[in-house]
Design a binder for this molecule. Structure first.
Ligand SMILES: Cc1cc2nc3c(=O)[nH]c(=O)nc-3n(C[C@H](O)[C@H](O)[C@H](O)COP(=O)(O)OP(=O)(O)OC[C@H]3O[C@@H](n4cnc5c(N)ncnc54)[C@H](O)[C@@H]3O)c2cc1C
Length: 495
């Protein structure tokens, strides 16, 4: 994986940059010591590491604005960072860029039950929002498995999802507003407590923009009343295909579960060994289906799901009888990634989305690919959304295993696109899928996306080297056909 060559001029100016940052963020807010920088040398895509030029930890929006303004004036690049749990290398540092860590933005600013929303700083963890509103029976719905650690700012930047997003939507469907600082230091607000904003949907553009358009300094999210009842059904199947077909049948029957997750045999065994959730070990596929709402509705839907599972040959069928048991069903799923980390020195977690009907075909093809690449794969995924998370197991200390794992991952993502799906469901493109963007988008599509980037960040100082396979200068993207020396529509601003 190639990153843009670092600018030696910027690296030579390191002491000047560190001094300027110290003037803006005094005290312990600037990290320049090599040993201390090591804590920031990667995110959760640990296959790639790079020491940042320097790390700055601002405490307020004004400091973020002054940092960006200074860097903009001096042409210094910036990598925004939340909790560093990105699985696509979105917050991977650059040797010639300042990493801005948003961890000190950790305050809940306002809880407004009447308007059913909460305003928080971007470094607040996803789970902390639910914790802050739980006393009144509310919660924040998108629940990435990393929710104990990942920041809401990072969730906005990646449009994070989770188990409950099938019914309640991803971050983008639960985000009402942000305050953000543009690359030149200007502070802007998009959206607010209200449900819709005038003009273009800029909040939608910013959600999932992977730290490339601005730095989010405040987030307002929708909070929901906890459902009256929630029950989960645990279903085991003798084949992955039967499990995949059952998923399609549940959704096809018009049922929208709160969550519908699937694990294959290697993932079931790893999770069971780790958290002892009581999973059956003699099945090839395990489904966890949660239904929530009024008690009578949940009972009715549970009986329908049970009937569908029986029709698809479920060999194991258990309905949770208490909240503790429901949480135990989920405990294995939620801990599946670290559980797989116990059975392999390294793994790559892929993230592609496919039409649900293609699940059995894709799972079968993936097993064939595992043989071709001579590597193991464990599957844990949001089956209801068709969002796959194949975990490719490898040992980085063995020659060629990382390269083989990357090639296997790329083949899986190509397959996702081939069957009508997309390159990413929730983890973002980052550096991981950057070079696969042309598999999904034509050159014109990519250029159009880059034009949006250029409208926010004409100098391309924010998070360069991520998402787009080729770096275009913004001026090149604006090239026009000029006839007779006259620009068409000369009054339109160009970049
Ligand atoms: C074990 C594990 C399980 C996971 N499970 C899920 C899951 O179920 N669903 C899911 O969606 N993801 C999951 N993830 C991935 C990850 O947790 C999410 O992508 C999360 O949203 C990243 O948040 P973060 O605070 O760690 O951001 P970081 O990793 O620090 O950054 C991610 C991106 O956001 C940008 N960014 C961060 N903060 C800001 C800001 N304030 N302003 C502008 N840009 C910013 C960065 O530049 C980068 O591009 C998982 C990760 C792990 C390690």
């Amino acid at each position: 994986m190639l990153m843009p060559p670092p600018d030696q001029g910027t690296i030579a100016r390191r002491s000047e940059i560190v001094e300027a940052l110290r003037r803006i963020v005094p005290g312990e807010g600037v990290i320049a010591d090599e040993d201390e920088l090591r804590a920031y040398d990667c995110d959760a895509l640990t296959a790639y590491k790079q020491l940042p030029l320097v790390v700055v930890l601002p405490e307020n929006t004004e400091q973020v604005s002054r940092i960006l303004k200074w860097c903009h004036a001096k042409g210094v690049k910036i990598v925004p960072r939340g909790a560093g749990t990105s699985l696509s290398g979105g917050s991977l540092p650059l040797a010639d860029a300042v990493t801005i860590g948003m961890g000190r933005f950790n305050r809940i600013l306002d809880i407004d039950f009447e308007n059913r929303c909460a305003t928080v700083q971007p470094g607040v963890t996803n789970l902390a929002i639910t914790t802050a509103v739980a006393h009144a029976g509310f919660y924040y719905a998108p629940d990435p498995s990393s929710q104990i650690a990942c920041s809401i700012g990072g969730n906005v930047a990646e449009n994070a999802g989770g188990v409950h997003c099938l019914k309640y939507g991803l971050t983008t469907n639960n985000l009402l507003g942000v305050e953000m600082v543009l690359p030149d230091g200007e502070i802007v607000r998009l959206g607010g407590k209200h449900l819709d904003a005038g003009g273009y949907d800029l909040l939608g553009v910013v959600t999932g923009s992977e730290g490339m358009l601005g730095i989010v300094t405040e987030v307002t999210v929708r909070i929901l009343k906890k459902p009256e009842t929630a029950k989960a059904v645990l279903m085991g199947f003798p084949t992955s295909e039967a499990g995949g077909d059952c998923v399609a049948a549940i959704i096809g029957a018009g049922i929208i579960p709160a969550g519908l997750e699937m694990m294959d045999r290697p993932a079931i065994h790893a999770a069971e060994d780790f958290v002892h959730a009581g999973y059956p070990l003699d099945v090839e596929a395990l489904l966890i289906c949660e239904l929530d709402g009024p008690a009578a509705e949940v009972e009715h839907l549970i009986s329908r799901v049970e009937a569908i599972a029986r029709d698809h040959g479920a060999s194991e069928l258990r309905v949770s009888t208490s909240d503790e048991e429901r949480m135990r069903f989920w405990a294995g799923r939620k801990a599946a990634f670290p559980a797989v980390g116990r059975i392999s020195p390294d793994y790559l977690c892929m993230d592609g989305t496919i039409p649900r009907r293609a699940l059995p075909q894709v799972l079968a093809r993936m097993q064939e690919m595992a043989q071709t690449h001579a590597l193991r794969v464990a599957n844990v995924f949001h089956a209801g959304d068709g969002n796959l998370h194949p975990l490719i197991l490898f040992d980085a200390n063995k020659p060629t295993e990382l390269e083989r794992a990357e090639a296997f991952g790329a083949d899986i993502l190509r397959l996702c696109v081939e069957v009508g799906g997309v390159l990413t469901g929730e983890h973002g493109v980052g550096v991981e899928k950057r070079d696969l963007m042309p598999v999904m988008f034509g050159e014109d599509d990519i250029k159009q996306q880059q034009r949006i980037k250029c409208a926010f960040d004409p100098e391309q100082l924010l998070n360069p080297g991520k998402v787009y396979p080729t770096l275009h200068r913004c001026a090149e993207l604006g090239r026009l056909h000029v006839t007779g020396g006259r620009l068409p529509f000369p009054d339109i601003p160009r970049f």
